[in-house]
Ligand binder design. Sequence first.
Ligand SMILES: Nc1nc2c(ncn2[C@@H]2O[C@H](COP(=O)(O)OP(=O)(O)O)[C@@H](O)[C@H]2O)c(=O)[nH]1
Ligand SMILES: [Mg+2]
Length: 284
Amino acid sequence: MTINWFPGHMNKARRELAETLARIDVVIEVLDARLPRSSRNPMLAELRGETPAIPLLNKSDLADPRVTEEWLAALSEEAGAPALSISATDAGDARRIPGLCKTLAPHRRGTGKSVRCMVVGIPNVGKSTLINTIVGRRIAKVGDQPAVTRRQQQFHLDGGVSLSDTPGVLWPKLADQEGAYRLAASGAIRETAFEVRDVAFFAARFLAERYPEPLAARYKLETIPESGPAILEALGRKRGFLQRGGVVDEERAADILLRELRGAKIGRVSFERPGDFAEPEELD
Ligand SMILES: Nc1nc2c(ncn2[C@@H]2O[C@H](COP(=O)(O)OP(=O)(O)O)[C@@H](O)[C@H]2O)c(=O)[nH]1
Ligand SMILES: [Mg+2]
């Protein structure tokens, strides 16, 4: 049995989004290319019903390109429509989207009505940036979400496509611990919700397992210690983050690791691969 419980404001947000989506022809579902599963809210599938959606892997400039290819294949197959990887700041990337939306709404063709599109996704995934790049000027505020949603306006683009000037905001799913840590490590959720040290320990262990060479190279580590705290300790020592008595300033090391990870300074990193979510094989 699944328990669907939401605080009041989430119920309201959900109802409003469902009402808005009823007047939309194509949903542009923005996911973070570094963590497409954890940055996806499965409720969107339920809310949009039959309305087609394009899965868009944004921030692909930060993600591991080989893993992004794997995700594109997996998501395209799942959605029955081509998924796209983009950087929301890249006008060339964004220009492909309206045409793609049009192909997904053939019923609007020849009706004289425009194909109404809307960008939807969790906070910080790049929705406002994408809207601005598609439209070609700043109509959506980048950064912090406004507390209240304004009335939706459709912005008319060339070629009979229109785009909502306000994105649909979904909440990240934090019930899954591992996914929540990936979201925190990627910078998708505010650190106040987490202990920075714990997120950094998680990130250090993750890098040691999946990207040991870039990690060792970035911090000039001859060997990578086993535990998260030990990796931060080694990093802090290399960078000279020492407190009185020669003790490593763990907070500073944690901060640097997360900042450099998010800024792709350690390399282009993907937090999850399609294979991580494969069903365990049945045993005879
Ligand atoms: N590196 C990179 N950063 C991006 C990209 N798209 C958005 N961002 C950054 O991500 C942050 C959140 O973007 P925003 O558009 O406000 O996200 P929203 O909350 O979904 O509307 C901002 O700092 C953007 O500059 C991208 O494709 N690549
Ligand atoms: Mg925004």
